[in-house]
Design a binder for this molecule. Structure first.
Ligand SMILES: Cc1ncc(COP(=O)(O)O)c(C=O)c1O
Length: 435
């Protein structure tokens, strides 16, 4: 039996039907080599994770050194220097007054922890999240998510979650146009407080850039306006930075650039460059609100992952990766935006740093989503040697989220392949069904 057959026989995955036929051998920098010897440019970084590049020698060196001493002793059982150092480092680099961290293993676990501490601090129990959002696959995080398809056959969802319209300008839920709209979607958050909650809201949670929803970038005035509403209602702001942190958007944390300071910030994916680790980071007075025994995670703050995280952050800082990402992202976005004339499938191009989405539509007037075409472009790219993501609420957004160490030459090559793939699918899409 080969690896693909063993997956089919033995691995539980609801994603296998959509997985490209790539059997992994090894990966380095911004490339991934398959078992058949094909080397791909990696434009998705293992779901936007390996920001410091595959097999980063500094991260691997730190992890190996940690492993020579121990793998696990229980970071909430005994005092672990790597965990203390990492928490201190996060206090230094996270925005504003964020100071104390709790460590888990996955993004969802970080968000669950954030919900838990928000409840403990406020003594309230409800949450407001956004339509089109994604926060994870555990019951609590799934309940926050704004996509009914993800919740199929998983109900009943947790109670106490209300949803506000997403700041999705390309498909404005209020049918308005930015900036004339005066960010009316932010005002809707007050309406949600008034009409969908019992006034017992602990926190509002949002992604600074909405990843799984389709790389949706809220307009600059959105979060400051929402924050004023939250202050009026004495609710906390949780920035879910599981996907946007550690340089991805051209800043160490995307919330450095949204005009407000989060009360709680969740991170995962890029934190340890592929080693399983997550954190929520909060202000001291919030962090101190758990009672003894309230919260725990056996593997949370794993010592190998914590050492890898410290090395990852050191690498990202020293190499000024956020700055590099910002410049590279601006370049890629400007190239992609110029393709609008050439590729009729492109409805919208948007993003921040190297978190870039291309939304495909079959008709620019009606904005009819083109998920089949998006899948075909993704496959054309793969056949030409580039791996990219495909997602979004309608399944029609191509996602370019490579390792942040991607070189200029590699980025140009990726754009060339993408251009060719779009041309191939444009040409097929343009053929009338009757021919
Ligand atoms: C914003 C956000 N929050 C939470 C999660 C869940 O992370 P994980 O899959 O590590 O549980 C994701 C994953 O894509 C995410 O993008």
């Amino acid at each position: 039996m080969d690896t693909l057959q063993k997956y089919e026989q033995y691995v539980v995955t609801s994603h296998a039907p959509a997985m490209p036929p790539v059997e992994v051998s090894h990966a380095e920098g911004a490339t991934l080599t398959a078992a058949d010897g094909t080397t791909y440019l990696d434009g998705f970084a293992g779901y936007s994770v390996v920001n410091a590049g595959h097999s980063n020698p500094e991260v691997l060196g730190a992890a190996k050194a940690a492993m020579d001493r121990h793998v696990h002793v229980g970071s909430y059982l005994y005092y672990a220097p790597a965990v203390a150092d990492l928490a201190e480092k996060l206090a230094e680099i996270t925005p504003g007054r964020l100071e104390q961290s709790f460590f888990g293993n996955s993004g969802a676990e970080a968000v669950e922890g954030a919900l838990r501490i928000a409840k403990a601090y406020t003594d309230r129990s409800e949450f407001i999240s956004l339509q089109y959002s994604f926060h994870g696959r555990t019951l609590g995080t799934l309940s926050l998510g704004g996509n009914a398809r993800r919740k199929r056959r998983a109900g009943p969802m947790a109670s106490g979650v209300a949803m506000a319209p997403a700041p999705y300008c390309y498909r404005c839920p209020l049918h308005l146009t930015y900036p004339a709209c005066d960010v009316a979607c932010a005002d809707e958050v007050q309406r949600v407080f008034d009409t969908q909650t019992s006034g017992n809201v602990a926190a509002f949670i949002a992604e600074p850039v909405m990843g799984e929803g389709g790389i949706i970038v809220p307009p600059p005035a959105y979060f400051p306006k929402v924050k004023r509403i939250l202050e009026r209602n004495e609710a906390l702001f949780v920035a879910d930075e599981v996907q946007t942190s550690f340089g991805r958007t051209g800043a160490m944390f995307a919330s450095e650039e949204i005009g407000v300071e989060p009360d709680i910030l969740t991170s995962a994916k890029g934190i340890a460059n592929g080693f399983p680790l997550s954190a929520f980071t909060t202000r001291r007075e919030i962090g101190e609100s758990f009672l003894p025994g309230d919260h725990f995670s056996t593997f949370g703050g794993n010592l190998v992952s914590a050492a890898a995280a410290l090395a990852t952050i050191e690498f990202l800082e020293r190499e000024r990766i956020a700055e590099y990402t910002r410049q590279m992202g601006e370049h890629v976005l400007s190239v992609l935006s110029a393709w609008y004339e050439r590729h009729p499938l492109i409805g919208d191009v948007r993003g921040k740093g190297l978190m870039i989405g291309i939304e495909l539509v079959t008709d620019r007037e009606t904005k009819e989503p083109a998920p089949d075409e998006a899948k075909r472009v993704q496959e054309e790219c793969r056949q030409a040697g580039l791996l990219i993501g495909c997602g979004g609420f309608y399944g029609n957004v191509l996602r370019f989220q490579p390792p942040l160490v991607i070189t200029q030459t590699q980025a140009e090559r990726a754009l060339e392949i993408l251009d060719g793939a779009l041309s191939a699918v444009d040409a097929v899409a343009a053929v009338p069904a009757s021919t």
